[in-house]
Design a binder for this molecule. Structure first.
Ligand SMILES: Nc1ncnc2c1ncn2[C@@H]1O[C@H](COP(=O)(O)OP(=O)(O)OP(=O)(O)O)[C@@H](O)[C@H]1O
Ligand SMILES: O=P(O)(O)OC[C@H]1O[C@H](OP(=O)(O)OP(=O)(O)O)[C@H](O)[C@@H]1O
Length: 302
């Protein structure tokens, strides 16, 4: 989303489907023509641009694009590549929770290397040269003979896992999600450079007032995914106990029932805690417990 020409930004590849779902949940409507990397949004004066994940921090950091969705690993790589004293133009707005993976140091499973320090002075292949250089610089020290060893970091754009078997590298630094690729290539992880999830980022220099509106819509969808709405009936005498179990985000909604000694309660509950909450509610006498999906939510912090 650009201030003048109203461009917004998005990502393809691994994060694409979750990002499209997020935009749809935020009611950002667009139609992307085949092979076009730009799409005008129908119901807001912005445009979406589809760019490789690795390029997004650059466009956002330069202020050419107002908002972006990419991996935290890519933001880290962008920032690590900045010249000394140069300030990043990228600010993280929100952790989006999906696209979880780790950037890990990997070596042949059958080899002698057991810790990252043993790769100092050797050949390392990666698509994340700046983060890897930074990581190994932190391990490099003065050798026993008084010299200093530099790890040789080489860039490859894909299939990084092949580098050790092909004799190009002693170790690699690559993303691991399920671990299947690493295992299939006969590699093992010995250290983690960065833990990553997808993030919403913005340009530090943006003046576009739509940035806050869009960020707030996206935050609403992410919050909604974390919570469910729990409704139940409970004897009024148990109201205090029930409120402790389901305090809600601010406070639970309590509604009187036609039956004098009973109330109905409705409260947002963290999705991951809902099973325990239902168990506890049953123990204090709640009945007719319903758990409802929340499509979207907005609160002052959103
Ligand atoms: N298994 C995974 N492998 C690689 N990246 C992953 C994985 N899981 C999550 N990610 C995240 O997805 C981000 C982008 O991945 P990907 O390389 O697919 O994007 P892209 O460059 O936009 O797409 P493409 O390479 O298809 O053009 C990574 O930087 C990382 O944050
Ligand atoms: O732990 P896993 O679930 O197996 O995922 C990790 C793999 O996925 C990525 O590669 P990608 O498939 O994006 O293609 P690439 O090798 O060309 O980068 C990454 O570079 C690893 O190779």
């Amino acid at each position: 989303m650009k201030s003048d020409s109203n461009e917004d930004e998005k990502i393809e590849g691994r994060l694409q489907q979750a990002t499209l779902d997020l935009l749809s949940g935020s009611d950002i409507q667009f139609r992307r023509e085949t092979r076009l990397d730009i799409a005008l949004v129908k119901n807001l004066p912005i445009a979406l641009i589809f760019l490789p994940a690795a390029d997004i921090p650059t466009f956002v950091g330069e202020g050419r694009v107002d908002l972006g969705i990419t991996g935290r690993d890519q933001v880290g790589e962008h920032d690590a590549a900045l010249a000394e004293g140069e300030e990043s133009g990228v600010a993280e707005v929100l952790d989006l929770g999906f696209g979880g993976c780790k950037l890990q140091v990997q070596v042949p499973e059958k080899g002698d290397i057991r810790e990252a320090k043993q790769l100092v002075g050797k050949n390392v292949v990666t698509s994340f040269t700046a983060l890897s250089t930074q990581f190994f610089a932190g391990l490099e020290g003065v050798t026993e003979r008084g010299g200093s060893l530099k790890t040789k970091i080489k860039y490859v754009g894909g299939s990084v896992e092949a580098a050790c078997a092909l004799g190009v590298a002693d170790g690699i630094v690559d993303l691991v999600e399920s671990g299947e690729t690493m295992k299939a290539a006969g590699l093992k992880a010995i250290d983690t450079v960065v833990q990553s999830t997808a993030v919403l980022i913005k340009s530090k220099n943006t003046k576009n007032e739509l940035v806050d509106l869009i960020a707030s819509r996206i935050r609403g969808v992410i919050d909604a995914q974390k919570y469910v709405l729990c409704q139940y009936n409970i004897p009024r005498a148990q109201l205090v106990a029930a409120t402790k179990i389901t305090p809600g985000k601010r406070a639970p909604t309590v509604t009187a029932l036609e039956e004098a000694e009973w109330v109905a309660i409705s409260a947002m509950v963290e999705k991951k805690k809902i099973a325990t909450v239902m168990d506890e509610l049953t123990t204090v006498g709640a009945t007719d417990i319903l758990v409802l999906k929340i499509e979207n939510t907005r609160s002052p912090s959103s």
